[in-house]
Write a protein that binds this ligand. Structure first.
Ligand code: BES
Ligand code: ZN
Length: 634
């Protein structure tokens, strides 16, 4: 990977980072963050991974052989990782790995112990494991066990699963949690192939982000192979009472038995999505594409683990209304898994491209109107973040030095990134932009790239070819400046015009809620109706809406989320039982965090939040605990 200094491309914009940070509720959530944001005003070294201790420039890990046993009693993965290494510098003899809370038993080369040291622990990064390699060594084995509190592993009791009979385990490595279950070079610019033997209780099935055989005998020993090189954040494992159901030739779903049919029906369009994406963006590189449905504590909507996306059950709505999540995780097979961000500063290359592709896939499969509604909703989420975030956090190529990537999660890399690409598409024409993307995915296939390498590639391709349509200064403004450039393409939806009219008529008292013509509304129309109500509503108004539309009882988790947020903003007590139930039954951070944040604004709300959090905590994922405990603790 080339090391181009960012300073060379964006000199005048450097000062964006040194501006004082705006006071606002998001930054104020974490006062440590604020100090960190303003702390470093020196130039960022593009391509330097500020979130890894590893030294791939000297010695690179190329392949990992895992042999791990899952012990559900002690909540530990125990066994070994054998790393095949390649020296980049002949004299190099120290291999530096990332670890977090690993219990290292021994480090061996050809069965002989070798020397190693553990560095100091950084709260965000963990500890460096430095191993002295004999001159001729090409492989090193680390014998270790994970901590029961490993940040990247969640161990669930039977009670926390759908079937209530068997325990469950899943890993979530992105961004920097692979190091909590494997000692490795935990940087997205290091790609490895891997093989794994996973030992589980006999009656459980293990699956990985690798070749999975749906017909493997269930005997407690499972073998996996991932022949394509992947970054560490895409190594994933899950173990549970899982069954498989095919959805198409190359697509299927793994889930607990009671969820299997509903999941396969909800996501039955996955095969068509895969075909449409291939037709538009080039061949799928990963053989099969399966889904794994996790228990509700899964902290994200989805995670693009290669060949096997991990999916929250909260999107199984019964009407395919939330399946853009599948389009998103599938799209990562191109943008993210094939072409990967080199550092976490470059996350927008993964998420922005993927969000752009998601909209395109949704349009291909469900039509123009649905795509436009989803694009408007996405744009509104983006505007909310732009209103709330400090300037530094609105920059696509964000400065993450000294910060924990988990603390900086927002819609900026997603929706702003997608809007930037949408603008290029509109300026040069869709067919031309599609051709560019096919070429881009092919050119950088199985590589990790920086924002600067992307800009250099644009210089050689689109900026050269379309000098009249595209402007380099504007491209740099999109990438290195906060907010949106003047004239950014704003999505619109005709379907929403009538929603605005009806909402206004109701708010003006010209129409009763029961007379609003909602019979043909889809989930997106409901979300648009709710999300654009004024923040302050009276109890009478909320009661009227609730009795007309049973919003407190909505089975759609996104609608329920929007409604419950309004209920908290207005202290609408009839919804609080449902709110409590929602908070203790869902661990997806995007759905619970805004509710905790809002509740924490009043002493009474905070006490309610603390009670729900205490009850939910044993079932929450470490990331969800970390993201919300600040709201409930004094
Ligand atoms: N790769 C992300 C999840 C992620 C990003 C985990 C950064 C850790 C650090 C995944 O593809 C994702 O974007 N999930 C979203 C889906 C949504 C935008 C459709 C989610 O979980 O909400
Ligand atoms: Zn994503």
């Amino acid at each position: 990977m080339k090391n181009i200094l960012w300073i060379s491309l964006a000199m005048p914009l450097l000062f964006a980072c040194s501006e004082p940070v705006k006071e606002n509720n998001v930054a104020a959530e974490n006062s440590e963050d604020k100090a960190q944001v303003a702390s470093d005003t020196s130039a960022i070294e593009a391509g330097k991974d500020y979130h890894s201790f590893a030294n791939p420039d000297e010695i690179t890990v190329k392949h990992i052989d895992l042999d791990l046993t899952a012990d559900f009693d002690s909540k530990q993965l125990t066994g070994s990782a054998t790393l095949t290494v390649e020296r980049q510098k002949e004299s190099a003899n120290t291999l530096v790995l990332d670890t977090r809370e690993l219990d290292i038993d021994s480090v061996t080369v050809n069965g002989e112990p070798v020397e190693y040291t553990m560095g100091d622990t950084d709260p965000a990064l963990g500890s460096a494991l430095s191993i002295t390699l004999p001159d001729t060594a090409t492989a090193v084995t680390v014998n270790y066990a994970t901590s029961p509190e490993a940040s990247g592993v969640q161990w669930l009791t039977p009670a926390q699963t759908a079937g209530k009979q068997h325990p469950f385990l899943f890993t979530q490595a992105q961004a920097i949690h692979a190091r909590s279950f494997i000692p490795l070079q935990d940087s997205p610019q290091v790609r490895v192939t891997y093989d794994a033997t996973i030992r589980t209780p006999d009656d459980l099935l293990a699956v990985m982000s690798a070749a999975n055989d749906p017909d493997t005998p269930r005997d407690g020993v499972y073998e996996f192979t991932m022949p394509q090189p992947v970054p560490s954040y895409l190594i994933a494992l899950a173990i549970g009472d899982l069954e498989f159901k095919a959805m198409g030739k190359r697509t299927g779903v793994y889930a607990e038995p009671s969820m299997l049919d509903a999941a396969a029906a909800e996501f039955e369009d996955t095969e068509s999505m895969l075909e449409a994406t291939e037709d538009t963006y080039g061949p799928y590189s990963w053989d099969r594409y399966d889904l794994l449905i996790l228990p509700p504590s899964f902290p994200f909507g989805g995670m693009e683990n290669p060949r096997l996306s991990f999916i929250t059950p909260t999107v199984i709505a019964g009407d395919k209304s939330l399946v853009s999540l599948i389009a998103h995780e599938l799209a990562h097979s191109w943008s993210g898994n094939t072409v990967t961000n080199a550092t976490w500063r470059d996350l927008w290359l993964n998420e922005g491209f993927t969000t752009y592709l998601t909209y395109r896939i949704m349009e291909m499969i469900y039509g123009h109107d649905r795509y436009r509604m989803e694009a408007v909703l996405g744009y509104q989420d983006l505007q909310e973040d732009i209103d709330a975030l400090p300037d530094n956090d609105e920059i696509l190529a964000i400065d993450l030095r000294g910060r924990d990537p988990d603390d900086v999660f927002s819609d900026i890399p997603y929706e702003k990134g997608a809007l930037f690409l949408r603008e290029i598409e509109q300026k040069i024409g869709r067919a031309n932009f599609d051709a560019f993307l096919v070429q881009y995915f092919d050119h950088f296939a199985f590589q990790s790239i920086t924002t600067d390498e992307f800009i250099a590639y644009l210089d050689e391709t689109l900026l050269k070819k379309y000098p009249d349509e595209l402007d380099r200064e504007r491209v740099l403004a999109w990438i290195f400046e906060p907010g949106l450039p003047e004239g950014a393409p704003v999505p619109t939806s005709d379907a929403f015009t009538t929603i605005d009219e009806q909402r206004t008529a109701w708010l003006n008292g010209e129409k009763a809620a029961v007379d609003i013509a909602t019979q043909d509304w889809t989930v997106h129309e409901w979300l648009y109706f709710l999300n654009n109500l004024p923040t302050e509503l009276s109890d009478e108004q909320l009661e009227e809406l609730d009795s007309a539309f049973s919003l407190t009882q909505s089975k759609n988790n996104e609608i329920a989320h929007s409604w419950l947020l309004m209920a908290v903003q207005n202290e609408y007590k009839p919804a609080y039982d449902r709110l409590y139930e929602y908070l203790v039954s869902i661990g997806r951070n995007k759905l619970v965090k805004p509710l905790y944040r809002e509740l924490s604004k009043t002493p009474e709300g905070k006490a309610f939040a603390a009670k729900a959090f205490e009850e939910a905590k044993p079932g929450y994922h470490p990331l969800t605990i970390k993201a919300n405990e600040g709201f409930v603790n004094p």
